[in-house]
Design a binder for this molecule. Structure first.
Ligand SMILES: Nc1ncnc2c1ncn2[C@@H]1O[C@H](COP(=O)(O)OP(=O)(O)O)[C@@H](O)[C@H]1O
Ligand SMILES: [Mg+2]
Length: 211
C-alpha cells in the first residue's frame, strides 16, 4: 500500500489534500480531508442528509466526471487542457485519486488565480484563456464553474496552457451520457461567461456576488 502519512501535502483545497506520488514524481494523489464528509452531512438540511455519504465525495464525483460522454472520444485533443486520470488507489490515509501532476521543469505548476493576482489579465494570459474556451466549445467538456484556483498553468511551446485539475463534471443534476449537443453548447457557454465573471470579481476585491 502507498504510505502518505509520512509525507507533507504540496497543496490542499477545501476538500482534499494533494501529494506528490511517492513512487512517481509525475503523478498527484488526492485524499479527502479526514472527517470532512461527516462534517458536510451534519450541516446539510434533513432531505440532503438522505443522500449517501459517497455523493459528497469529491474523488468519486471526479471519477464519474472523467467518464463523461465528451471524454470517451478518441480525439487526443480532449486531453490538451485536462490533467489525465489514472483511477483510484489505496493509501494508508484513505483512498486517493491519481492524476497527472502538472509541472514546469521540476516546479509544480502555479494556479491561474496566483498568476492573475500577480500579473493581472495580461495579453498573454488572455490568449491562453481564449484558447481554453475554444477547446471547451469544440469538445463540449462539461465542468462545474471554472474557478481560477482549480486551473493551473503549463508552459509549452512558448505559450501558457490552462489545465483543469479540479471541477470536472457537470452540476449534480445532469446525466453524464444522455444529453443533447444543444444542451451541452448552452451549458458550456454559461461556464465560459461565468469564468470571466469570476476572474473580474476576484480582481476587483471580491465584492458582492460573482454570479
Ligand atoms: N494535478 C495537479 N497538478 C498541479 N497542481 C495541482 C494538481 N491538483 C491540485 N493541484 C494544486 O492543489 C490545489 C488543491 O487541489 P484541488 O484538487 O483543487 O483540491 P480541492 O478538491 O480540495 O479543491 C489546487 O488549487 C492546485 O494548486
Ligand atoms: Mg479545488
Amino acid at each position: 500500500m502507498i504510505v502518505l502519512s509520512n509525507s507533507t501535502p504540496f497543496a490542499e483545497g477545501g476538500n482534499r489534500k494533494c501529494y506528490v506520488h511517492p513512487n512517481n514524481p509525475g503523478r498527484c494523489l488526492k485524499v479527502v480531508h479526514p472527517g470532512l464528509l461527516e462534517k458536510i452531512i451534519k450541516n446539510k438540511p434533513w432531505y440532503k442528509k438522505l443522500r449517501s455519504k459517497n455523493s459528497f465525495d469529491d474523488n468519486l464525483r471526479e471519477q464519474k466526471a472523467y467518464n463523461q460522454k465528451a471524454l470517451t472520444s478518441n480525439n487526443p485533443k480532449i486531453w490538451n487542457h485536462l490533467a489525465k486520470w489514472y483511477g483510484m488507489i489505496e493509501t494508508d490515509i484513505g483512498i486517493a485519486s491519481e492524476t497527472e501532476l502538472i509541472k514546469n521543469d521540476n516546479q509544480i505548476a502555479e494556479t491561474l488565480e496566483n498568476y492573475l493576482f500577480t500579473h493581472g489579465v495580461t495579453e498573454e494570459i488572455k490568449k491562453s484563456i481564449e484558447e481554453f474556451h475554444i477547446w471547451l466549445r469544440e469538445n463540449l467538456i462539461l465542468t462545474k464553474n471554472l474557478i481560477p484556483h482549480n486551473l493551473v498553468l503549463k508552459k509549452q511551446d512558448g505559450k501558457i496552457i490552462i489545465k483543469i485539475i479540479d471541477g470536472l463534471g457537470p452540476q449534480a443534476f445532469i446525466p453524464l451520457h444522455d444529453y443533447s449537443t444543444y444542451f451541452a453548447k448552452r451549458y458550456v457557454e454559461k461556464r465560459i461567461k461565468l469564468m470571466w465573471s469570476r476572474i473580474n470579481w476576484d480582481l476587483s476585491g471580491r465584492k458582492g456576488n460573482w454570479k
